[in-house]
Write a protein that binds this ligand. Structure first.
Ligand code: GDP
Ligand code: MG
Length: 461
């Protein structure tokens, strides 16, 4: 009889980034992994006889002419105990794209096929090694650039979201079973008492889904990074603050007002968060067209940002522009820095603070560095306001949309269930809610969505 595995092709790809490095890895996965790679290996033991998860040193040769390609470690992993669940071989050679490509060509000459982007992870999903949300977590883990993004990806990879979704689906299935049982055993509607209990349980599930949706903005910001804008009048120390955060002289700092004109944007790691920091042209009435354009851009960036650091110079009297700005800025998205605290304070600053008590203030100096370490912690707590939530953090738009559909279906179910004194449940709504949730884990996902997701991966993953 024909083995269905024979149909499945064996795939290979370079798994390490392009470029020179001390090690480069070629990965092979599929039912014919060891057969295809055997002729490439010259060493004490044939590949087929190697123990799983054990590294063997040997030579990589081109089977066509027996020429030597490299010396390498061969690491076989027998399915199903491997990333894809299939037989895998990793050839750990020297990190040179030219010779790694030679190994790949030799494998292809023996019957392997080049892997498509994400195909190894797709196979892991198809063999039940991970669900769809975990496969997505692998991608986020590869691209994580901050502690919080890294933590989120690990949580999701370990199945925090999957477990939650599975639990909700099981609870909904139990309700459907209960509804069907009560319909089977009576020729009437559902008894009022159990009807009420069912509504309460659906309501509870709906609330939990709603809480997950409401965390999405935070989840997205953790993945994509927060935007923090430094704003204020000219010469207050905005560019000095930017340079302090970046630990380099990125922005030009001069005693001359109006030095910074265009937006300066730099990525930054701040207390474990990814932040895009933007230094702006100082707000003032200017007749210079370049400066005016800079100020317009600064305002736009500030309006779109997650947080504004508004810098005041305490050695100078606040101006009418400062009072105008106080009216424009949203206090909950602003921290006012009372900067140049090393210099003598202008009494008017205290009046300003009294006049605008809705803002949060903190004292800083870029000369003495007073208040700067605390400022970082303060910025973080202003970006992430909620304490750690019980529900897993939803960060991908695909998941949010699925949750919204589920919530909508449950709401419509609840609405149409109350029918005077009796209860009648449209189980179809509950089933559709289950379907929507199943899209997150991949249980009910359509093929073209799979392709979309795995196509975003790099080749070799
Ligand atoms: N004494 C003192 N001077 C500062 C402080 N921060 C910035 N300055 C000086 O103020 C001037 C303007 O700084 P800059 O960062 O270019 O301000 P920007 O126009 O707001 O970007 C420069 O001469 C800085 O050295 C501070 O905390 N204390
Ligand atoms: Mg500046």
């Amino acid at each position: 009889m024909k083995n269905p595995d024979d149909e499945k092709e064996t795939i290979c790809a370079i798994a390490t980034p392009h470029g020179e490095g001390s090690i480069g890895i070629v990965r092979i996965s599929g039912p014919r992994t060891f057969k295809i790679s055997a002729p490439l290996y010259r060493g004490p033991k044939p590949i087929q006889n190697m123990a799983s998860h054990t590294a063997y040193f040997g030579e990589v040769v081109n089977p066509i002419d027996n020429s030597l390609i490299d010396q390498a470690l061969f690491l076989p992993m027998h399915g199903p105990n491997s990333y894809t669940g299939e037989d895998i071989l990793e050839i750990q050679a020297h990190g040179n794209p030219f010779l790694l490509q030679k190994i790949v060509s030799a494998l292809i000459s023996q019957g392997a096929r080049m892997a498509r982007p994400g195909e190894f992870t797709q196979r892991a999903f198809l063999s039940g090694k991970m669900d769809l949300s975990q496969a997505e977590a692998v991608m986020e883990l590869i691209s994580a650039k901050s502690t919080s993004q890294h933590q989120w990806a690990l949580d999701q990879l370990k199945g925090r979201l999957s477990i939650k979704i599975e639990t909700l689906m099981t609870r909904l299935l139990a309700i459907i079973a209960e509804i069907e049982a009560s319909i089977d055993f009576s020729d009437q509607d559902i008894p009022v008492q159990s009807g009420k209990e069912i509504v309460t349980e659906i309501q509870q599930i709906k609330d939990e889904i709603h809480e997950m949706i409401s965390n999405y903005d935070l989840g997205r910001q953790i993945i994509e990074g927060f935007t923090v804008v430094i704003a204020g009048r000219p010469n207050v120390g905005k560019s000095s603050l930017m340079n302090y955060f970046l630990q380099e002289d990125r922005a030009i700092v001069t005693p001359e007002a109006g030095t910074t004109r265009d937006l300066l944007q730099e990525p930054l790691q701040l207390e474990g968060l990814s932040v895009k920091l933007i230094d702006t042209a100082g707000f003032r009435n200017s007749h210079h067209p370049i400066e005016q354009e800079g100020i317009r851009r600064a305002q736009k960036a500030q309006e779109r940002s997650d947080l504004t650091l508004w810098v005041l110079d305490i050695s100078e009297k606040p101006s009418t522009e400062d009072h105008d700005m106080a009216k424009k800025l949203q206090p909950e998205k602003t921290i006012i820095l009372l900067n140049k605290s090393d210099l003598p304070k202008q009494g008017d600053i205290d009046n300003f603070i009294q006049k605008h008590p809705q803002f949060k203030y903190t004292s800083t100096s870029l000369v003495s560095e007073e208040g700067l370490a605390q400022l970082k912690i303060y910025i973080k707590s202003n970006l992430i306001k909620q304490p750690e939530k019980e529900q897993p953090l939803v960060a991908l738009l695909r998941h949010k949309i699925a949750l919204e559909t589920a919530e909508e279906k449950l709401l419509s179910g609840i609405k149409s269930s109350q029918n005077g004194d009796s209860f009648e449940f449209p189980a179809i709504d509950l089933r559709e809610a289950i379907d929507a949730l199943g899209q997150i884990t991949g249980e009910t996902t359509l093929d073209d969505i799979f392709d979309q997701i795995f196509n975003q991966f790099c080749i070799g993953k």
